[in-house]
Unconditional design. Structure first.
Length: 66
């Protein structure tokens, strides 16, 4: 169990499947409409878990600084 307070979730109008986590002090997750359209519930759960893992491990700091 990740035991994290989930960050805000945003949906980006983009036909290409993608998801990313960004921000450090106020992190957020973005998923595209292409991802929501093309992937089933189990796949989306996996992808959101993957993004929450980035948040939990502090990877958002690295992306923000880069």
């Amino acid at each position: 169990m990740l035991e994290v307070q989930p960050p805000h979730l945003f949906i980006q109008n983009d036909p290409f499947p993608n998801a990313y986590t960004y921000g450090y002090t106020n992190p957020f997750v973005v998923v595209t409409t292409g991802l929501l359209k093309d992937f089933d519930e189990d796949e989306l759960t996996f992808i959101l878990g993957h993004e929450l893992g980035h948040f939990k491990c502090g990877h958002t700091l690295y992306n923000t600084v880069a």
